[in-house]
Design a protein around this ligand. Structure first.
Ligand SMILES: [Zn+2]
Length: 819
């Protein structure tokens, strides 16, 4: 029977003391094809009764398919009908569905109830048609304690005191929308508010923390103005809430009109929040606001096109940042954190295409990854570069206008952009979106031209690298001369004279360039004529060849030493430090270590040890990395500096600059284990999650095995939130003294950690695998493969394949560079 939900009228009577609720919903359905049963999605709910058109109906639950099947007892023809379902549910301690999050207030343990329905967890809160294509309107009501605040996607319509200490809160009807962006929140929230035009804006947090939402509130006003102008379409709801949630699986979630965030990705503590955290908060907020259009107003038809949501939000967030913070040089950051991150995952044969087959909604949680966000986002930047900014924007405006409140597939977007531009994009985009992997373009200089060829780039070739792409190239042949050229076949030749050859100016293309010795030397000698993105690209592409064991690590170190001694750009310098640190940690290589110290020192000479207000967030990252490298290398001057800073901080906490806090806490513990206890005390009393995370990181930087073991034990206590476990594993993985301990700890505690997975909670477990197995599993592959199998890694099949492939890549790298 084919049905379409039109409206859900839902009332939840919520008991936050016992973590339960009783629900009743009246679903208005449009029966499109006649039949005798209605199937809804429902998981873990206790269904009390079902009435169909006012008459009691039979029903049964199929738990393994998460279905509620209603038997109508007769054939029902196309019409609009009402189904009334009474049910009850639990507010569980996990990170998906309608769940609870704990916090302390004046020594008292308190809870909020909050929801995370993406991808397929609305069904665990109420019976529904839980797929993005089933858009409907929602009328929500809560019965809650009168002292609590209730939040959903829309404004409160009316409140009625029920006399028993409870109140009924009715919310306005939502626009037509998908179930995964619905929101339920109940608790003692505090808020600050403002207005953008007629839209009520609030930031909410557990009471007492709301004052730290001012930055996000101000930023949201600017960002909404930017998106409304860019998309040529107004934000459609009369209110927008930004909600800080203490326990949260992802970074943030774009519930329409009620966006939820990890606390440390929303709240800004003046004097304590670093510039790089501030940049991250702005980026995450912009990303979620972009979803109000891309995802919420226009939604993918099915999860296979998840990238239509995530790639666009990733890309559009940076466009907003460029407008609001032009001084941040944000597209250079994009090249590092989006292009390079997308390529790293896509270089594995266990990667997946941007548009990926998804049969069951339960498979979706795994594809919230670097392909859906970063590769997709990079391909959009390439597309914008190809059609031009104006045509790209016109195409998007048309797309939003044409498909508002509806669902789309990728070709709907291609058609709109192609209509707005004078070039054809379909076949070139289809290859990048539907085909796994990305190309490596090989460049050979000839006397009268440039020979170009392509093959799929893989860290480890599996014999399946015959794929081809249509690659639109802009070839720079001297300082300013640009030639347009399309490499469509495996090989081609471009007749041209040249002084230098740069085939990926500003790294707009999603491919790596393998230059021959002559062209690489020409580029190296002319670095000053290249942009910082070009210089980053040169280091990155060479690094990829090193990781693929096609080029020895020495070659990359030589290249950096030979050509980058005059480098002054903080983005390029920090990237160089990361890569040298990577070589050093993978290969324990003395020479790269020496160059790492030189470049760290040079970087600090350039930007200074003490941050100044006018510096960019990237300079903050550069300083932190340089100080960390020198500290781990036991540089005596840095040790003196860090010790002085930490001692001064213990006397007067306000003496330590926000941008230095994290790195000084970690250095203090590394240099003197007696600081460990002090840092642990500070952690316990810290009021912000950002500060707690910095102190938790420092607890991972001891050189004393006993202290490190304490950190691991501590991380499983109530003091450390499950959502921060990934941070612990990541930081210990980077501490050269901790690496043996961590992998064993993960194995010993996996069963326990695994219990907290499911829905977005699985993201945390994925991170634990990604941070531990590829590096710490070197030499232990078979044992680990045996362990991470079957039910132990349910819902993480692709992640497991990826981390073990990456482990193989690393093992070969060590072998290849050992002689
Ligand atoms: Zn998103």
């Amino acid at each position: 029977m084919k049905v379409k939900p039109l409206n859900y009228d839902i009332t939840l009577d919520i008991d936050l003391k016992n973590f339960t609720y009783i629900g009743e919903e009246i679903v208005t359905l449009d029966i499109e094809e006649s039949g005798s049963e209605v199937i809804l999605d429902s998981a873990g709910l206790d269904i009390k009764s079902v009435r169909f058109e006012g008459v009691e109906a039979e029903f049964n639950l199929v738990p393994d398919k998460q279905q509620l099947i209603i038997q109508l007892g007769k054939e029902v023809s196309p019409s609009n009908v009402k189904v009334d379902i009474k049910f009850s549910g639990k507010i569980e301690e996990k990170l998906a569905g309608f769940y609870r999050s704990k916090y302390e207030e004046n020594g008292e343990t308190k809870y909020i109830a909050t929801s995370q329905f993406e991808a397929a967890d609305a069904r665990s809160a109420f019976p529904c048609f839980d797929a993005p294509g089933h858009k409907a309107t929602f009328d929500i009501s809560f019965i809650i304690d009168e002292k609590l605040e209730g939040i959903t996607n829309t404004s409160i319509l009316e409140e009625e005191n029920l006399g028993n200490g409870k109140k009924l809160v009715k919310f306005a009807t939502t626009p037509k929308m998908s179930t995964y962006i619905l929101y339920f929140g109940v608790g003692e929230f505090g808020f600050i508010k403002d207005k953008y035009n007629d839209i009520e804006l609030r930031t909410l947090a557990i009471a007492g923390k709301e004052q730290y939402g001012q930055f996000a509130l101000d930023f949201t006003k600017k960002c909404l103005a930017y998106f409304e102008d860019y998309f040529g379409s107004k934000y459609v709801l009369p209110k927008l809430d930004l909600i800080a949630v203490p326990d949260f699986g992802a970074g943030a979630m774009e519930n329409w009109g009620a966006i939820t965030f990890r606390e440390n990705l929303l709240l800004v503590y003046p004097g304590k929040t670093s510039k790089s955290t501030l940049q991250r908060i702005a980026e995450v907020t912009a990303h979620e606001l972009a979803h109000m259009w891309f995802g919420n107003l226009v939604t993918m038809k099915w999860w296979d096109n998840l990238w239509l949501n995530e790639s666009f939000a990733t890309f559009m967030a940076y466009k907003a940042l460029e407008e609001i913070y032009p001084e941040w040089d944000i597209w250079t950051d994009y090249v590092i954190h989006t292009n390079f991150a997308g390529m790293d995952l896509d270089s594995l044969s266990s990667s997946h295409p941007i548009k990926v087959e998804v049969r069951e909604a339960s498979e979706v949680d795994e594809i919230f990854d670097a392909i859906s966000y970063d590769k997709g986002g990079s391909v959009l930047r390439m597309l914008e570069g190809y059609v031009g900014k104006d045509a790209f924007r016109e195409g998007l405006r048309e797309y939003i206008k044409k498909f508002a409140y509806q669902n789309t597939v990728e070709s709907d977007l291609w058609n709109c952009i192609e209509n707005a531009s004078d070039v054809s994009i379909v076949s070139f985009m289809e290859k990048f979106v539907n085909q796994i992997g990305f190309p490596q373009v090989n460049i050979e200089l000839k006397d009268n031209g440039i020979s170009l060829s392509q093959n799929r780039f893989l860290f480890k070739s599996n014999g399946e690298d015959k794929l081809l792409w249509e690659i639109p190239l802009v070839v720079l042949t001297d300082k300013s001369n640009k030639l347009k050229f399309a490499l469509n076949g495996q090989k081609d030749e471009l007749k041209a004279s040249y002084e230098i050859v740069n085939i990926n100016p500003d790294y707009t293309g999603f491919f790596i360039s393998h230059y021959d010795a002559k062209s690489l030397e020409l580029l190296g000698r002319n670095l000053s004529n290249l942009t910082n993105k070009d210089r980053l690209g040169l280091v990155h592409d060479l690094y990829m060849l090193v990781k693929a064991s096609r080029v020895k690590a020495d070659i990359l170190v030589d290249f950096i030493e030979k050509y980058f001694s005059n480098e002054k750009d903080p983005s390029v310098l920090v990237y160089i430090l990361w890569k040298l640190d990577w070589i050093n940690s993978m290969l324990k290589d003395e020479r790269s270590n020496k160059v790492l110290f030189q470049y760290s020192q040079k970087s600090l000479d350039l930007i200074g040890l003490i941050p100044n207000e006018n510096q960019k967030p990237i300079e903050d990252s550069l300083r932190s990395q340089a100080i960390t490298s020198l500290t781990l290398g036991n540089d005596s001057k840095i040790a003196e500096f860090a010790t002085e800073k930490f001692d001064a901080f213990l006397k007067d906490q306000s003496s330590l600059e926000a941008d230095l806090r994290s790195v000084i806490y970690s250095a203090a513990v590394w240099l003197d284990d007696s600081h460990y206890v002090r840092v642990l005390e500070l952690y316990k009393v810290a009021d912000s999650q950002e500060e707690k995370l910095k102190l938790l990181k420092a607890l991972c930087y001891s050189q004393n095995p006993q202290s490190l073991a304490n950190t691991l034990t501590f991380s499983l206590t109530e003091e450390v939130r499950f959502s921060h476990i990934g941070n612990v594993v990541y930081n210990l993985m980077n501490n050269p003294c901790a690496q043996d301990l961590v992998m064993d700890w993960v194995l010993e505690n996996w069963e326990n950690l695994n219990k907290k997975g499911g829905g977005m909670g699985t993201l945390i477990l994925k991170r634990v695998l990604e941070y531990s197995v590829p590096k710490l599993g070197i030499g232990r592959k078979e044992e680990l493969k045996k362990f991470f199998s079957g039910d132990r890694v349910k819902g993480m099949k692709m992640t497991v394949e990826q981390v073990f492939e990456e482990l193989g890549v690393n093992e070969r790298l060590v072998e290849f560079n050992s002689h």
